[in-house]
Write a protein that binds this ligand. Structure first.
Ligand SMILES: [Fe+2]
Length: 190
């Protein structure tokens, strides 16, 4: 079993400084959210590890992506242009399982860190949010997202998803159906 320092070293070797620093900030944000929501020690560690590794495969070439998708029997649709923003989560999710022996809920949190997923657990919620609100991010709406993240985690995800969808629409980009599914699930829950 790898420890967090070894995983940090491995993540650093696989990413640019820019993205490695983002990963460290997501790890810190995930840790403080987990503590804020009274997660257990082992859950806090899982949040930190997922924050640290969620973008592990974001800098792979299209050819490397294709190779992993075939090797691990991931959906071929991931190669389509409209899935460009979600493919790195799927790929990282199979790699972290094989490489670091991450648990199934860690795999899910990483796989869906860009959209969330219906029935997501606290770990999935924290990884999704930490990626959006880590201290290096600065975009319209983030102040409200940050403060809501520490007040009502579900409401914060709803706000982030709505902002994300609005932003993609404005740029004429495709919205992944999973984002709508997550939104519907959380709205029905709250
Ligand atoms: Fe990220």
């Amino acid at each position: 079993m790898w420890n967090i320092e070894e995983i940090k070293k491995d993540v650093k070797e696989n990413l640019s400084d820019y993205r490695y620093n983002h990963s460290l900030r997501v790890m810190e944000e995930a840790s403080s959210l987990a503590k804020h929501y009274h997660a257990s020690e082992s859950e806090i560690l899982k949040c930190e590890l997922c924050g640290l590794t969620h973008d592990l495969c974001k800098e792979l070439s299209p050819l490397e992506n294709e190779k992993i998708i075939k090797e691990y029997n991931l959906p071929k649709e991931l190669l389509l242009k409209e899935n460009k923003n979600i493919v790195h989560g799927f790929i990282a999710s199979v790699i972290v399982k094989e490489k670091y022996n991450f648990t199934d809920n860690m795999v899910l949190a990483i796989r869906y860190h860009t959209t969330g997923y219906p029935n997501m657990d606290l770990l999935g919620k924290i990884v999704y949010l930490a990626d959006k609100i880590e201290k290096g991010k600065n975009y319209p709406g983030i102040i409200e997202e940050r403060s809501l993240a520490y007040k009502n985690i579900d409401e914060a995800i709803i706000l982030c998803l709505n902002n994300q969808i609005k932003n993609l629409k404005e740029k004429n980009k495709t919205i992944n159906p999973k984002a709508y599914e997550t939104l519907r699930y959380l709205q029905e829950e709250s």
